[in-house]
Design a binder for this molecule. Structure first.
Ligand SMILES: Cc1cc2nc3c(=O)[nH]c(=O)nc-3n(C[C@H](O)[C@H](O)[C@H](O)COP(=O)(O)OP(=O)(O)OC[C@H]3O[C@@H](n4cnc5c(N)ncnc54)[C@H](O)[C@@H]3O)c2cc1C
Length: 375
């Protein structure tokens, strides 16, 4: 079967690229190994859209994240208008918190670069914090308000993206594990999924944490490894929290219906998706330290997912240097929900025009694929 573009991986990155290409009139096929779309990292995430909280300097990665955040409102508006499905995009901002002297000092240090860079970062008094978010523990010793950090209900977003893909007639092949990318004389021919050949001159590798497991005979694929994150959700009354709260490696992300998503661990355990007693105990105790009232909340669910991590923890975005037509959009690690609008826009532009935006330079696969390894 012939397509203009084949996308490997039915997560948020693959599906959002597919819809942008379909909007331009291209025939796009998405191959997903599982029987359901969007059930890996894109489902497991917390949905924080937080360049300031996630990064520690003005780097190309920060600028890419910031650009994506700027695109978010329009990205969501278009999805919601077309599909009539709410994505629950929230712009209340984040509170960065500390609860002892050492973490208070660290927080001041962490915020210094943002203040220097002129990013909106407000140091709060104890009273300010309690006014903004009365259920935060009285023991809070330092806090900053980051007004420009947002969040989205990533599971709702995935539903809206899939509805959009259906409207745009993107073709989905479920239960179709791509095992090989087919090449002849340095030309992309398509893929093999479940032993069957499918043809396209352009193939996008958006297979998340599995992106380097595909066979690409004689050519080098960059390394992408899974980093497990355990999460849980509690149910409280609506309005117990309005802002996303961050303390050390723990975050509390309030949804509109009173659900609070709490994360996360960072574990190098391969493709082991188990949720552990230790992981949950850590998250629950930290969450109650931040908001003691959560001791009364109902437990809803716990889960784990894999962040797709490259060797330098930056995404891989762009064309294979020895194989024009093979495009990477993977390795989004902790920021794939945030980076969805900018990734889909820049990769679509690359496919349509053949021109690589300057924003992609720092994320090119060439940084891993040495020409010496060419056949
Ligand atoms: C616990 C946790 C919390 C996170 N929190 C945030 C957050 O708050 N904000 C944020 O921006 N990001 C967050 N992330 C990161 C974000 O979820 C990921 O970066 C993003 O979802 C990656 O999307 P993806 O489409 O590349 O990967 P995935 O969603 O994992 O999709 C990849 C898809 O490819 C399919 N696939 C793999 N191999 C093949 C094959 N050979 N053939 C066919 N299909 C294949 C898989 O089955 C899967 O469906 C979090 C991640 C985790 C795990």
């Amino acid at each position: 079967m012939q397509s203009d573009v084949i996308v490997i991986g039915g997560g948020l990155i693959g599906c959002s690229i597919a819809i942008e290409l379909a909007k331009k009139g291209l025939k796009v096929s998405v191959f997903e190994r599982s029987s359901q779309l969007m059930k890996e990292a894109s489902w497991a995430a917390a949905g924080m859209l937080a360049p300031q909280s996630e990064l520690s300097a003005i780097t190309p990665m920060f600028l890419l994240c910031q650009k994506s955040l700027q695109l978010y409102q329009n990205f969501v508006n278009e999805l919601e208008e077309t599909t009539k499905l709410d994505c629950a995009y929230r712009r209340e901002g984040f509170l960065q918190l500390a609860f002892d002297e050492e973490s208070a000092k660290n927080l001041d240090k962490n915020m210094a670069w943002q203040i220097q860079a002129g990013l909106r970062t407000e140091k709060l008094t104890h009273d300010d914090v309690k006014k903004l978010s009365p259920n935060i523990s009285d023991k809070v010793s330092n806090s900053y308000y980051l007004r420009d950090e947002h969040q989205i209900d990533n599971r709702k977003l995935t539903n809206s993206i899939l509805a959009m893909a259906e409207i745009l007639e993107v073709r989905f092949f479920l239960g179709s594990q791509v095992t090989e990318i087919c090449v002849e004389q340095n030309k992309i021919l398509g893929i093999i999924a479940n032993g069957e050949r499918h043809f396209a001159a352009k193939v996008v590798n958006a297979a998340g944490s599995w992106a380097s497991l595909l066979s690409l005979p004689k050519y080098f694929l960059p390394d992408v490894k899974p980093v497990r994150g355990q999460m849980l959700a509690l149910k409280t009354d609506v309005g117990v929290l309005e802002h996303t709260l961050h303390f050390g490696t723990t975050y509390l992300v309030p949804r509109r219906d009173g659900k609070i998503v709490i994360g996360s661990t960072t574990e190098h355990v391969g493709y082991d998706k188990r949720v552990t007693a230790q992981g949950l105990e850590h998250l629950l105790s930290q969450a109650q330290k931040i908001v003691p009232k959560l001791a009364e909340a109902c437990f809803l669910e716990a889960w784990a997912g894999f962040r797709p991590a490259t060797l330098d923890l930056l995404p891989i975005l762009g064309e294979h240097p020895q194989l024009p037509g093979l495009i990477f959009a993977t390795g989004h690690y902790r920021n794939g929900i945030l980076l969805t609008p900018v990734t889909s826009s820049l990769i679509t532009n690359l496919i349509i025009t053949g021109q690589e935006s300057d924003m992609l330079t720092a994320f090119s696969p060439t940084r891993f694929i040495s020409t010496a390894k060419a056949s």
